[in-house]
Design a protein around this ligand. Structure first.
Ligand code: ASP
Length: 304
């Protein structure tokens, strides 16, 4: 065991200014990020695994209605919640993922349960819900728990094409534990007004989520279609493994990959086995934070 352990989180990336968000909401975001960071950090500090830490950090963000995952998740065009989430263990290269599931309080825990207790990587929709039931995970039938007034308003604006930008506050975490293991986790409500059944990048291994102890762990946020087509998370891995790039440079080059042909934003967090990190984004803000060993936590939203 070493004392080199790190947790990095994101709560999505958007094109909003400080004025757009306002001081009250900004404080709420900062508090939510701090709580999620602490949840993951405590596990690592106590010798827990990277997988446990990323799950705990993401669960905390799923339970926070400010972020677009679990409670407070985006609504489809039909006004429903369909959650996507994935987790990957860099030690075993096992992965678990859930797509388009409803009523499951913590989709990331379902993803981990799929990873650990099934033969599969991705389970979708009704099948995923049935798996959650079988495994006694917490289900919430009442949509009022998940739906916030803000997300209803956003859907209305989206329907009227009044929205400049679709809200994207997907959440994610990557971690390095005291035993040198990496893990990544991502969870989202998807895009406001998305088609029923649409699946984004978050649950697709190598697109929005990837971890491999040898090279890196990555969690993405942004336009899912863009991230899928550019296979961003695995691209970070490939640039590091085959080109020998440091994690920050690999993250930057992956983000720019084929951007002339593939539009819309990609943003990500990444970590390497030495605990070096990347917080790479092209929007005005990315809700983000990290804590390395016993150093003070770092939390930021805009560039400053
Ligand atoms: N990437 C997510 C998706 O397309 C959205 C986000 O990052 O906010 O479903």
């Amino acid at each position: 065991m070493t004392n080199n352990f790190v947790i990095v989180i994101h709560g999505g990336a958007e094109d909003k200014t400080r004025e757009d968000i306002g001081p009250e909401k900004e404080a709420g975001y900062r508090k939510g990020l701090a709580e999620a960071l602490e949840a993951g950090w405590n596990i690592l500090n106590n010798g827990g695994s990277a997988v446990e830490a990323v799950e705990a950090a993401v669960r905390s963000l799923e339970d926070n209605s400010l972020f677009n995952a679990g409670r407070g998740g985006a609504l489809t065009i039909d006004g429903e919640h369909e959650f996507d989430a994935a987790i990957m263990d860099g030690k075993t290269l096992k992965a678990g993922s859930v797509a388009g599931v409803k009523s499951v309080k913590n989709p990331i825990t379902l993803a981990r349960t799929i990873m650990e207790r099934s033969e599969h990587v991705i389970i979708s929709g009704e099948g995923a819900k049935a798996f959650a039931e079988k495994e006694n995970l917490e289900l919430i039938a009442n949509d009022n728990y998940f739906t916030t007034a803000e997300k209803v308003e956003e859907l209305e604006k989206e329907k009227q094409h009044k929205q400049e930008e679709v809200t994207k506050d997907t959440v994610g975490a990557v971690a390095l534990d005291k035993n040198g293991n990496l893990a990544a986790a991502t969870s989202t409500g998807g895009l406001t007004g998305q088609h029923k059944g649409r699946i984004g990048d978050s649950p697709l291994i190598g697109c929005g989520t990837y971890a491999n102890n040898e090279v890196c762990a990555v969690s993405c946020t942004g336009d899912g279609e863009s991230i899928i087509r550019a296979v961003i998370a695995h691209e970070v891995y490939a640039l590091m493994k085959y080109k020998g790039l440091p994690v920050a440079e690999a993250a930057r080059q992956a983000r720019e990959m084929y951007h002339d042909k593939i539009e819309k934003d990609r943003n990500l967090i990444a970590i390497d086995p030495a605990g070096n990190i990347a917080l790479e984004y092209e929007t005005k803000l990315m809700f983000r934070g990290y804590r390395k060993g016993n150093n003070a936590p770092f939390i930021a939203i805009w560039e400053d």
